[in-house]
Design a binder for this molecule. Structure first.
Ligand code: NAP
Length: 331
């Protein structure tokens, strides 16, 4: 039998184990034109929380009692499609199933000889692309500028900060534990890292860390952390708004300061984005990220959780900050 994870209920507030349902189905069979895939690595991502709710967004919600989907790296174990052979590794948006069939649409072949397969869900996958394209296309960093990154010890944030350093910025990271802030300065080369959970006055902590003010704020979290950063931005600052994980589980979105006057007074560009806006630039972004990886200028970390049954809990743990770098489940 084949294990599958379905959306059982739409979460109210923080997702819980009850929101997911494990079932077993007959083993899938590949028909002509299809491949049979064995799941190897599953990406769990904060944006899946949005797809679990019924609210209209840039991507359709998951249906109740249907499999959840996310980025997956899989192995072709049977092929009736001439474009794939047994033993190929592929990545794509696939279902939370141990085995599944695909007609090959949307699958990308990946190669484990240069980098571990899990990296195609992180640094060389959507989170690496999000970091690179959000920063380059909206943040437009210049040497000597100050870049602040929230969610800095996570999959996107840790890459954003390192790219900022490669391009000559002063980089300040905000994260939720002392282990994480230490990792940001020692492993990823951030100039300063601030633990937002133990700092009582974030606005002054950022002012101290950024004596010349903030030129770019790469926002992964929203909420009060972002209010504190925005109080420190310079004229013509750029604010790529990548995510707002601090409010994803709120049943009523909390009210913050009204920021229009800040935006006007300092001529700030604040722009939300989804990485797919820049799909045409994915090849050039992957090329640049790969070069930096090979040159040793860029590195990454992963939190690898083991076992198909652990996928929902790994997802829930993102909201507790239990990951460093990319959270991936190895099957
Ligand atoms: P991640 O940062 O690896 O994991 C989530 C992290 O968020 C946790 O480790 C935790 O770190 C932090 N967090 C959780 N609850 C928080 C809260 N209430 N306040 C502040 N921080 C909190 O996840 P990721 O995949 O790299 O995603 C980061 C952000 O980018 C998310 O908002 C996500 O939705 C967004 N994103 C956007 C796009 C796009 O196309 N726009 C693509 C990918 C991701 P701490 O321990 O530091 O709290």
């Amino acid at each position: 039998m084949n294990k599958v994870i379905l959306l059982n209920k739409r979460p109210v507030g923080k997702p819980t184990a009850d929101d997911f349902k494990f079932i077993e189905e007959e083993l899938p069979v590949a028909m002509n034109g299809q491949v049979l895939l064995k799941t190897l690595y599953v990406s769990v991502d904060p944006y899946l929380r949005g797809r679990m709710s019924s609210a209209k967004s840039y991507i359709p919600p998951f249906n109740l009692n249907e499999p959840i989907q996310s980025g997956i790296v899989a192995e072709v174990i049977e092929s009736k499609n001439p474009d794939f052979k047994v033993g190929d590794h592929v990545s794509g948006i696939l279902s939370w199933k141990e085995l599944q069939v695909s007609d090959g649409n949307g699958l990308m072949k990946v190669n484990s000889s240069a980098i571990p397969l899990s990296a195609y869900l992180g640094i060389l996958g959507l989170t690496g692309l999000t970091a690179y394209l959000g920063l380059m296309e909206i943040g437009k960093p210049k040497a000597g500028e100050t870049l602040v990154v929230s969610g800095a010890a996570g999959a996107v944030g840790s890459v954003v900060g390192q790219i900022g350093k490669i391009l000559g910025c002063r980089v300040i990271g905000l994260a939720g534990s002392d282990e994480k802030t230490k990792m940001l300065t020692s492993k990823f080369g951030f100039d300063v890292a601030i633990n937002y959970k133990t700092t009582t006055d974030m606005q002054s902590a950022i002012a101290t860390a950024a004596p010349n003010g903030v030129d770019i704020y790469f926002d992964n979290v929203g909420g009060e952390i972002s209010d504190a950063v925005l109080a420190n931005v310079n004229q013509l600052a750029r604010v790529p708004v990548c995510g707002a994980i601090s409010v994803y589980n709120e049943t009523e979105v909390p009210m913050g300061p009204r920021i229009q006057t800040t935006l006007v007074k300092s001529s700030i560009l604040m722009q939300g984005f989804v990485v797919s806006n820049y799909a045409a630039k994915f090849p050039e972004a992957i090329k640049q990220l790969s070069i930096w990886l090979q040159e040793g200028k860029l590195t990454y970390t992963e939190t690898i959780v083991h076992g198909f049954d652990q996928i929902p809990q790994a997802f829930i743990d993102l909201f507790e900050g239990k990951n460093e770098g990319k959270m991936v489940v190895k099957i």
